[in-house]
Each structure stands twice: as C-alpha cells, then as structure tokens.
Design a protein around this ligand. Structure first.
Ligand SMILES: NC(=O)C1=CN([C@@H]2O[C@H](COP(=O)(O)OP(=O)(O)OC[C@H]3O[C@@H](n4cnc5c(N)ncnc54)[C@H](OP(=O)(O)O)[C@@H]3O)[C@@H](O)[C@H]2O)C=CC1
Ligand SMILES: N[C@@H](CC=O)C(=O)O
Length: 409
C-alpha cells in the first residue's frame, strides 16, 4: 500500500517551483500534498497564494502533520540544520543540495541509521538522470570499476555555446543563470566545485567510500582560453568538464577537470545542460546514462521520483558501504595534461614526470606531458595557469610509475 505523504517544502525557486508544477501535473498518481512552503525573502512576489508560505522554519519542522521535509534551498549551511532537525523530529527528508550532502554525507548516513528515517537525494546528482537508485539497486552485485561523465549542466551549456556558437563566456554564463541552471554562486559551477560535490556523493554509492570534498581535486572551465578553443577546433576535439572516479586495486581515485575529447567520444555529443554518466562494471562493462542535468522541471521530476519512492518506504541501503571490500581514497596519480601559463609563472620541464612538448606564443607558455595530480592542484589554484587533460589521457598510480622506473634502471 502506498502512503499519502504530507510534505513541508523549503525553497520555492527554480527547483521548488519545478517540483510544485510536476507534482500538480501528475494529477494524484503520486499521493502527496504540499502543506506549507518555507522561503526567506519577505518582499518577493510569489506565483501562488501567500497563505501557502511561511518564513518560520519551525512551522514545518515542528508540525506533527508533516511527515516529509523536502529541502530545496540554495544555502548549504541552513540546509544542513533543516535536514538534521527534520530527522531528529521524526520526518523523512528529500534534498537536492549536493554541497550540503557532500560536506555531511557520513553524518547524514549515521543520522539515518540512528533515526531509522530515510534521506533521498536523486535530484542532487546529475538532475534528471536516475543514477543513485541504479547504483544502489541495479548495480548492487556488480563490481564497479569506474563512474565518470559530465556532472554539471551550466558548464556544459557554457562550453557548448562558446565552442559551437562562438558566444562569449560571459554571455553564456549569464544565460545559464537566467535559465536557472547555475548555482546562486556560479563560481561553484565554473570552478568545478558543483560537479565535485556530485562526484563525492556518487563515490559513496559506487565504492562505499565517504570522501571529504576537500580531498578531491577540482579544476574548472574558468581558465580555458581562446587559444585552447583554437587548439581543440584545429585538432577536431571538444572540451568537456569531466568528473571521474575509478578504482585501481584497493585505491579509489577521483577528480574533476576539463579534458579534450575526440568527436567519436560519446561525451562529445552531450550538449547544453545535458549531463552524462558512464558506469563501468566488471561484468556489465560500459553503460551510459544521458539526461538533463539542470533546470526546473528535470530536477523537479527527480525530486518527484524520490517522493514516489518514499510513498513505498524506499531508503538507500548504502549497499557498497556494507560490502566487504574496503577502499582507500588517493590522489597519488600521474595524468597527461596540457598546461598553459603566463610568462611570469615558474613552471618548468622538471615539474613534469614525463615532458612531451612545449612552445611559447603571445606571452604564454604551453607544456604537455605527464604530471602528478597534486602538482595540478597546486597550479590550478594560481591565477594565470590553465589546465586541460589530454584526449585519451592515461592515469597511472604514482607507486606503479616508480616501480616501472626502478625496473627500467
Ligand atoms: N537549479 C538547478 O538546476 C538545480 C539545483 N539544485 C539544487 O537545488 C537547490 C535549490 O536550487 P534552486 O532552486 O536553483 O535555487 P534558487 O535560488 O532558485 O531558489 C532558492 C530558494 O531557497 C529559498 N531559501 C534560501 N535560503 C533559505 C532559508 N534559509 N530558509 C528558507 N528558504 C530559503 C529562497 O527563498 P526566496 O524565494 O525567499 O528567495 C528560494 O526560494 C540548491 O541546493 C541547488 O544546488 C540541484 C539540481 C539542479
Ligand atoms: N548548477 C548545477 C545545477 C544542477 O545540479 C548545474 O549546472 O549542473
């Protein structure tokens, strides 16, 4: 028997309004009713009756009639307090707040165990793509080797407009904001934080590992230059912001970085705000999910699906976390990268594990080769350094590179 759920909604912006509309469009097939919506700004005009709204969070959190809190606000710190209080007050939770989840996932897992109440968050990872429930249910017995793809709609939209339509970066970003794709602080998108938060959540459900987001390297698209775009076009490549995590023996690696991809790579044809997630299992091999990764209705539909799942008492079991395999997160990796930097910056051939080529043009230097991930993190934090991973980049654990060198010697 499906339960009829009484919802308390936090946030009535892009996603909150998307949920409101998709829930109304289901005409009762999802048995759920929004009882109250808590918002922040007292002077904002609302598209529905004012009686629907409150500015006092306790009107939802302390309301015994409400059994599910749907948290869709743009403030990760406030969201954490809402989610924690809701659980402690006996309410199930649905959230799309990837930053809050990534920063508190282990604690939220523990709170679920302690309270026996579920927290669902399909909308937090790649919008409308149903990846989390697939990782939990479909792939529960497959040994997964990697998960990677385009995890951010805004940057994919910007790259599409800049690369294919030759729009300016600033105009493309402005449009992504107007369309509701970008975060309230768009630097979270363009600097690669948002896809990193999603990757951290995906890692928990792929490898059963709770990783601190600060340990995961994120390089964004904000330093991609006209010269990089020209290089890509001249060679028949696209540039995509790729989040990836993979397992080599007992180590799990994960990072976000832009990469040159060949036109034949399936990710090259994923355009605008679409996202793509490629899962590789030991037995199923490669499978690719594509769908809208941002926007009001696509994300609203993922939240609606979580509401529907709650109506039949679905909860994540964190199956990979409970499996016997224990992995350790590591950044000790060597990758192939193109590095561009202003003349004033000190990067030399010796910084590379293996130097492949280099040249100087228009006051900038360009170097290509194999470099440690930790070096890329250091460089990515400096103004005037741009980093793009090579097409078909190889990823070599530092330990095995050292062993190979010793064997050669
Ligand atoms: N936009 C997208 O495509 C996607 C967004 N998300 C995530 O969903 C969440 C919401 O995003 P989005 O809808 O785009 O954000 P918006 O900026 O469009 O809306 C944010 C809403 O949160 C409300 N709000 C902010 N702080 C508080 C608070 N302390 N208490 C109550 N209400 C508050 C705002 O109130 P007010 O109306 O009064 O200003 C507003 O209604 C974010 O975590 C985002 O990362 C996830 C997937 C896709
Ligand atoms: N800002 C995010 C919104 C969805 O998660 C994105 O652009 O992907």
């Amino acid at each position: 028997m499906r339960k009829k759920l009484k919802l308390g909604l936090f946030g009535f912006g892009c996603v909150g309004q998307g949920l409101y509309h998709v829930l109304n469009e289901t005409h009762g097939s999802v048995q759920a009713e929004i009882k109250k919506v808590c918002v922040k700004n007292k002077t904002k005009e609302r598209p529905v009756n004012d009686n629907f709204f409150t500015f006092d969070k306790d009107e939802i959190l302390n309301n015994p009639e409400i059994d599910v809190v749907v948290e869709l606000i743009d403030d990760a710190r406030a969201a954490y307090e809402i989610v924690k209080t809701a659980l402690l007050n006996g309410k199930a939770v649905i959230t799309a707040n990837k930053r809050m989840l990534a920063e508190h996932l282990q604690e939220i897992y523990t709170l679920q165990q302690q309270t026996g109440l579920p927290v669902l968050y399909e909308g937090a990872v790649c919008g409308s793509i149903p990846i989390l429930r697939n990782l939990e249910e479909y792939y529960d017995n497959d040994l997964l080797n990697s998960i990677e793809g385009i995890f951010n709609g805004s940057t994919n939209y910007i790259l599409t407009k800049v690369f294919e339509e030759k729009k300016s970066y600033a105009d493309a970003l402005k449009k992504a904001q107007e369309l509701g794709f970008a975060e309230s602080d768009p630097s979270l998108d363009v600097k690669g934080y948002d896809p990193k938060y999603k990757l951290v959540i995906a890692i928990a459900h792929t490898f059963g590992l709770f990783v601190n987001p600060e340990d995961v390297i994120n390089i964004g698209i904000d330093k991609i230059s006209d010269q990089d775009l020209k290089f890509a076009r001249d060679n028949g490549y696209f540039i995509k912001l790729i989040a990836r995590s993979f397992r080599i023996q007992d180590k799990v690696y994960g990072f976000v970085a832009p990469q040159f991809v060949e036109a034949t790579n399936p990710l090259a044809s994923v355009r605008n705000e679409y996202n793509a997630v490629q899962v590789q299992g030991a037995f199923a091999e490669k499978q690719l999910f594509i769908g809208k990764g941002a926007g009001s209705y696509p994300t609203g539909s993922a939240v609606l699906s979580d509401i529907s799942a709650l109506s039949y008492d679905y909860a994540y079991e964190y199956k990979k976390f409970h499996q016997a395999d224990r992995f350790e997160f590591s950044n000790d990796l060597i990758v192939d990268a193109h590095v561009s930097f202003d003349d004033s910056i000190k990067i030399s051939i010796q910084d590379f594990e293996q130097f492949q080529s280099g040249y100087a043009a228009s006051g900038k230097q360009y170097m290509v080769g194999q470099v440690r991930l930790s070096k890329l993190r250091e460089w990515s934090q400096q103004d005037g350094v741009g980093i793009i991973l090579a097409q078909q980049a190889t990823f070599t654990p530092v330990a095995s590179a050292v062993k190979t060198e010793q064997a050669v010697a």
